[in-house]
Ligand binder design. Structure first.
Ligand SMILES: NC(=O)c1ccc[n+]([C@@H]2O[C@H](COP(=O)([O-])OP(=O)(O)OC[C@H]3O[C@@H](n4cnc5c(N)ncnc54)[C@H](O)[C@@H]3O)[C@@H](O)[C@H]2O)c1
Ligand SMILES: [Zn+2]
Length: 352
């Protein structure tokens, strides 16, 4: 597959997501084009990633590399303060540029530090994980976690560009790949791809399709006023499963895996409400199976606790809200009857 440039149309904040093998080599020219006055670059990456064979980036500028802890541990307010302090010690100006090199943890953290340092300086994301390429690095949502919950402190800050170098995914563990596939299958379903379409596409094409879909949604609804909420397909139950896990339930489930379960459930809930037929449910199950994802709940979770957690989902605005298939395509459906959702959870199986 050759290099694909997918525009995110946001007026003067428009940018391209550049997807393909080896596209990290475009970094210097992207910076030259989009930040012509930049004199310095700071690359923010994680301690685990800087030793990767692909980690040396050419920015075309005088460059400093700063490392942060690996994974979710990076996404804390103290790291934002630390990064901003380092930026100021390096005398980074408003014309200069931050480059994030990592998965979603790094792009979220570095993006947020770029959003707040000097009230906002430019950032380019070099997304290294599948989750970051198809989801986290695209769309301008940045932020860190608080002790009271994930992503509670953040800002919208669109990058100058996002580089999705598909070669980098070769060093990613199978589990991390599986995590990203949860979002890809969601995009396949939302765009109405048939199993035949999915089967005919290469893995690189499926990744590119998922990125294009997200770019088009972000271009139409930057701040999640409407359309962008569709990206939460499968996420109501997924967030509830993750909430129980955070609450000490002994699960080992990744976000994308939880989304897969949420997609299978959303299809059944839509059928229960007369919005989807059996063939539609089968289409969901086939797509999940194609990607090797399980659509079953981990055994033994309490249906009542899941229901309560779904009601508390911050994206659901304190009502039982799902993105559901229907006659008019996918849409957000609020104020669902808790008894119906509970009974469908029991039908879904696996719950205690
Ligand atoms: N801003 C958004 O819109 C958005 C959307 C989705 C997810 N997120 C956030 O993204 C984070 C999850 O992202 P993630 O799954 O990329 O997690 P991550 O950044 O923690 O990366 C997961 C692991 O993969 C490793 N890794 C990354 N790229 C690699 C590569 N090419 N080769 C080998 N190892 C590699 C990392 O070092 C890490 O250990 C969460 O914090 C989530 O909240 C944000
Ligand atoms: Zn998600």
């Amino acid at each position: 597959m050759s290099v694909v440039r997918i525009p995110v149309e946001l007026g003067e904040r428009s940018y391209d997501v550049i997807v393909g093998r080896g596209v990290r080599s475009e970094l210097a020219s992207v910076i030259r084009d989009r930040a012509p006055k930049a004199l310095r670059a700071v690359v923010v990456s994680s301690e685990a990633l800087v030793s990767m064979p692909w980690a040396e980036l050419e920015t075309g500028l005088s460059t400093t590399v700063l490392t942060v802890p690996d994974g979710e541990a990076a996404k804390v307010a103290t790291q934002v303060e630390r990064l901003c302090t380092e930026f100021s010690r390096l005398e980074l100006s408003r014309h200069d540029v931050i480059v994030s090199l990592g998965g979603g943890s790094v792009t979220d953290l570095a993006g947020f530090a770029a959003a707040v340092y000097l009230r906002g300086i430019a950032v380019v994301h070099v997304a290294t994980s599948l989750v970051a390429q198809v989801d986290a690095a695209v769309g301008g949502k940045t932020g860190v976690n608080l002790a009271t919950g994930k992503n509670l402190m953040g800002a919208f800050h669109q990058p100058l560009a996002v580089l999705c170098d598909l070669e980098l995914l070769e060093t990613l563990s199978p589990r991390e790949i599986q995590d990203g596939r949860g979002e890809i299958v969601k995009c396949c379903l939302l765009t109405g791809m048939s199993l035949g379409d999915i089967d005919a596409a290469t893995s690189d094409q499926l990744i590119t399709m998922a990125i294009s879909y997200k770019c088009s949604i972000v271009g139409a609804d930057e701040r999640e006023g409407g359309l962008r909420a569709l990206l939460n397909y499968g996420h109501t139950l997924a967030h509830a499963i993750e909430a129980l896990q955070l609450d000490g339930e002994d699960l080992d489930i990744r976000h994308g895996e939880a989304v897969a379960v949420g997609l299978a459930f959303a299809a059944r809930l839509a059928r229960r409400l007369g919005r989807l037929d059996n063939a539609g449910v089968q289409r969901h199950d086939d797509a999940l199976a194609f990607f090797g994802l399980s659509g079953s709940l981990p055994a033994g979770l309490s249906a009542i606790r899941l229901l309560e957690a779904m009601g508390r989902d911050k994206k659901a605005h304190h009502n039982l809200t799902f993105v559901l298939a229907g006659e008019n395509g996918y849409e957000t459906v609020s104020d669902l009857n808790p008894e119906v959702v509970l009974s469908e959870l029991v039908n879904f199986g696996g719950v205690a």
